[in-house]
Design a protein around this ligand. Structure first.
Ligand code: GH3
Ligand code: MG
Ligand code: MG
Ligand code: MG
Length: 312
């Protein structure tokens, strides 16, 4: 998702997500899926899986918002499927409601222990089903929304400073533990004060959104992140990346921002440009001074060197 789309989503109320909710119904008997589908398909997008393996594959590819899970299934039962989901980082937060013909107390207990968030017995009462599903989906979207508010910058939709601080720490530890290099790019818009003064703060905001989207499109690896460091400064964290690779990426970033061709009559370049400071550490580097500090020093050099360039 582009950064500006994330920013737009943050401004929407989480309730808007309810109508687009994706629900996966898992049951080895298609007739049971049909019954649930009849109750839910008017309000939600309902999908089906007839085995635990199919369910996990579907979840990995489609990230449903809720799973309704049968317990007794051949090969892998619902309890094991749920346990496996809870152990996978990508699937752990998908809520699972068990739907089962089992009625014993200890059988219900097992469903809660496997990681289920609710429990329904067959034959399912449609009114109960509809309301439990709505309650769990509301909770899920509220939680997602709060997490996004905590991690993303509201204007630009890239990660915020809080997320960066946390991610950077994790990557420093990963770099030491796995003896892998780590690189950082500090990115600052040139003559941005003049841009605001001449085109107005709202145009300045629009410009920040365009730059954020552009930066997001440059960094493609799943482990690369771009965050708003503050004001008109962005920071990119590039794990497992050697310094030569970072230099190529910095040049590409500068060119990509130039190609946006955003008019800036009060810059000697005539368009919006950026300067970049690069910092790098190898896995066994004993120097513990923060990469942010080093990247900032290089950024100052890039500014002193005429701007629209990188140093490091
Ligand atoms: P340099 O080329 O040396 O980086 O000069 P500059 O003018 O870009 O740098 P300076 O740090 O002096 O100014 C940064 C400006 O960024 C100041 C402020 O008006 C603007 N700015 C910071 N945050 C925002 C924001 O959220 N929206 C808008 N529109 N402007 C912002
Ligand atoms: Mg069954
Ligand atoms: Mg600036
Ligand atoms: Mg600045």
């Amino acid at each position: 998702m582009s950064a500006s789309l994330i920013a737009k989503k943050l401004k929407q109320n989480y309730a808007a997500s309810l109508v687009q909710a994706k629900i996966l119904v898992v049951d080895d008997q298609p007739i049971n899926i049909q019954l649930i589908n009849q109750t839910l398909s008017q309000d939600y997008n309902v999908y089906m899986a007839t085995s635990g393996k199919q369910a996990i594959d579907f979840c990995l590819n489609n990230q449903p918002d809720l799973v309704l899970m049968d317990v007794v299934m051949p090969e892998m039962d619902g309890l094991e499927t749920c346990r496996q989901m809870k152990e996978m980082e990508e699937l752990a937060t998908i809520p699972v409601i068990f739907v089962t013909g089992l009625t014993e107390q200890d059988e219900e207990d097992e469903c809660w222990e496997a990681g289920g968030i609710d429990f329904l017995t067959k034959p399912v009462n449609p009114v109960t089903l509809r309301n439990r599903v709505k309650a769990q989906l509301t909770l899920k979207f509220q939680t997602d929304w709060l997490r996004d508010l905590a991690y993303f910058d509201g204007l630009t939709g890239v990660y915020n400073r809080r997320y960066f601080d946390d991610y950077y720490l994790r990557q420093i530890n990963h770099s030491k533990r796995c003896n892998q290099p780590l690189s950082l790019m500090m990115i600052d818009i040139d003559f941005f004060k003049q841009y605001n003064d001449n085109y107005g703060h709202l145009s300045g905001d629009d410009c920040l959104v365009m730059i954020a989207d552009c930066l997001q499109s440059v960094f493609q690896r799943p482990s690369d992140i771009i965050a708003r460091f503050g004001g008109e400064e962005f920071v990119a964290v590039l794990p497992d990346t050697e310094v030569e690779g970072v230099k190529l990426l910095a040049q590409k970033t500068i060119e990509k921002v130039q190609s946006l061709n955003i008019e800036h009559n009060h810059s000697p370049f005539g368009i919006i440009t950026i300067s970049i400071g690069i910092a790098h550490k190898s896995g066994n580097d004993l120097d513990d001074s923060p990469l942010t500090l080093k990247a900032d020093q290089q950024l100052y050099k890039a500014k002193a060197n005429g701007r629209n360039t990188f140093m490091g």
